[in-house]
Design a protein around this ligand. Structure first.
Ligand SMILES: [Zn+2]
Length: 104
């Protein structure tokens, strides 16, 4: 989806990351949790399933709510206490990305 570039960037960065124990090293200075990267991949897979099933939503932004919801739930299942902090967004941010606006 157009609005989830942060999640997509995280997945892309993993292509150049080297594995380091339970986390990965992005470049040489920025450790990024493997759970965060896997959750970003899950987020994008949700969009793939949405498109594959021709899900109809009132606007493009509305697809984000389900993707973020499942991403947060999956992170909690993995034992992440604060999944919002891990992926750098809060509930208001998800709402703002998911709300239909004129022309979206
Ligand atoms: Zn998305």
């Amino acid at each position: 989806m157009r609005r989830c570039t942060a999640a997509f960037d995280t997945v892309q960065s993993s292509a150049t990351a080297s594995k380091l124990g339970d986390s990965v090293q992005y470049g040489s200075k920025h450790p990024v949790s493997l759970a965060r990267q896997k959750s970003a991949l899950l987020h994008e897979l949700v969009h793939h399933v949405q498109r594959s099933n021709n899900m109809e939503m009132p606007c493009v932004a509305a697809y984000e709510w389900q993707a973020y919801d499942l991403q947060i739930k999956w992170l909690r299942e993995q034992g992440v206490e604060d999944p919002y902090a891990l992926i750098g967004i809060n509930e208001l941010g998800i709402y703002m990305l998911s709300v239909c606006r004129d022309g979206s």
